[in-house]
Design a protein around this ligand. Structure first.
Ligand code: URA
Length: 238
């Protein structure tokens, strides 16, 4: 049985405020319907969007790396979109999202439920690596997440996915406008917000994956998302 949470009105209002407050994409409308685009057209629109992020002087700050890591993958209408937090060091080196150990865990999970990495779209809330004082990765601040959210929403509007999968709370909290969201209450749950079906699970980080309870919860969630993701277009086999 899949539990579906409808958004509460107040949460949508909060999101709308986030979008209004200093949003670089003031014209992005929530749940805006748009004509279907071919994959080629989508790629062109994504390139324009990625260009505008790189041109935005307020998106990247001095506590972020300077390598832009765009989303990547199959983008047919109805595709599955996986959203992580931000690129790490290995992603930054290669300019590809989820290519380090977390990416290898993600590949195992995808393959284990018959999903093809090349056919799903993989992206991050932040497109630059947040760096701490010692040069390591850090969690993005809420201000950085707020700044990135309208661009992520525009990316999703272009992609027109059947399901958005938030890998961890960093993308889930801003996307669902629930700053207090807890994984204990959201793993494997399908939400509806911004006219999107949004599914939440753990981040497949090496730490989470090494903890048996979390690894099992990830597997349960991936089996469930395989059940609810419609159509064979992103799968190895139908
Ligand atoms: N973690 C993320 O959230 N994104 C990546 O691309 C890699 C690790």
């Amino acid at each position: 049985m899949i539990r579906v949470f409808e958004p509460r009105k107040a949460l949508s209002t909060e999101t709308a405020e986030w979008l209004r407050e200093g949003s670089p994409l003031a014209d992005v409308k929530e749940s805006e319907n748009r004509e279907s685009m071919s994959e080629d057209e989508k790629r062109k629109s994504l390139q324009k969007l990625y260009h505008s992020i790189q041109e935005d002087p307020d998106y990247r700050n001095e506590r972020m790396g300077d390598v832009f890591v765009p989303g990547r993958g199959g983008c047919a209408d109805g595709c599955l979109v996986f959203v992580g937090e931000a690129p790490g060091r290995e992603e930054e080196l290669r300019g590809i999202p989820f290519i380090g150990q977390a990416g290898r865990n993600l590949d195992t999970l995808l393959a284990g439920v018959g999903l093809d990495r090349e056919r799903v779209f993989i992206t991050n809330l932040l497109k630059y690596r947040p760096v701490n004082g010692a040069g390591g990765n850090r969690t993005p601040s809420s201000q950085e997440s707020r700044r990135a959210l309208p661009y992520l929403l525009e990316e999703l509007r272009i992609l027109l996915p059947s399901l958005v999968v938030c890998l961890g709370l960093s993308p889930a909290r801003p996307l669902l406008a629930q700053p207090g969201l807890k994984m204990s209450r959201s793993n494997g749950i399908l939400f509806r917000e911004h006219g999107l079906r949004i599914f939440v699970t753990f981040h497949p980080s090496p730490l989470n994956y090494s903890i048996p309870k979390k690894r099992e919860a990830l597997w349960d969630a991936f089996r469930r998302l395989r059940e609810i993701s419609s159509g064979p277009s992103h799968c190895h086999s139908s």
